[in-house]
Design a protein around this ligand. Sequence first.
Ligand SMILES: [Zn+2]
Length: 393
Amino acid sequence: MTQETGGAGVSDSVDLLRRLIGFDTTSRNSNLALIEFLRDRLSDHGVDSQLFRDAGGAKANLYATLGPRDVGGLMLSGHTDVVPVDGQDWSSDPFILRQEDGLLYGRGACDMKGFIAVAMALLPALRRQELRRPVHFAFTFDEEVGCLGAKDLAAQLREMPVLPAFCLIGEPTGMHVVNGHKGRLAMRCHVHGREGHSALPEQACNAIESAAEIIARLRTLARRLRDQGPHEPGFDPPYSTVHTGTVEGGTALNIVPRHCSFDFEIRNIPSQDPLGLFEEVKRFALGDLLADMRRTAPDSAIVFEELSRAPGLLPNDDDALLKLALAATGDNIARKVSFGTEAGLYQGAKIPTIVCGPGHIAQAHKPDEFVALDQIARCEAFLLHMVAGVCAH
Ligand SMILES: [Zn+2]
């Protein structure tokens, strides 16, 4: 009952989620229609938004402030893009919300339009409150393909007269408070050798075999990190991991391959610099390995290309926002997760940041992705508690 409790009412959140799921904001598409919908909704409640478009103009971040503008407040943050449904076997149209047995199905229901719907459904309740500190809304593009929108927004926030005092990101944590996650460095490596008849391999330079040597180095690095650390308790696994995901190369067995490329990633505990780990591997590749390749093929080359990089979230157990969030959820301690979010970027912009949102990461990115109504209700109560704690006095 919206009027009686001052809360948003689950039905408002569900109605909004239905609208949000209807926009196909797969990262390869524009998110403008959804962003404009949010802007208009905010405007209906008397709140102006700033839209920051990307270089191509087809995508935008939205930033809006409700309440006083001369002091930093609580930033409620989420990404508007979703992962593709290509090749996934859905029981119903992924872009039409389906409600069944207390569960809300749809692409992005859990990751993370559910949170955005709850935050937006708070608007009428927030308008009725006297806010001493503002509530900021920050909705970004292209999180799923490397936190591209949040990188821009973190820089844009630094230019503002007042920085948000706190940031709460509603990625799906099952409404548990998370204050640490790993970082990620994703790389592609191109190895160029020399083609030749496989009967005369010594006159050619086998790009696949050279790539395999680099991949073996990555594997050795992964073992060392596992066995020797550094280890950071609370993470699963409690060390930085290294993994090669795809390899492409070669044309036929009787041709020495000229080209091979492969993608690998480092998921680092937040206290470890992934670039330092990458440098170890790069030094070997561009040193001994390339020198050996150039003995037979002087124009051999190895090129590393950064696909994406997002910093980890370094836990701060003394943070005031964290203490408030723990009290609101009833958690004793904050958790750490292995998946990445935009949180490390905002922390890098000097905004204390935590992650807590409806739904579970195990339900994200899958066919029949869902969020439970109960999680939506808990998120509503949580956000009202957080706004009261940060902004009401
Ligand atoms: Zn997400």
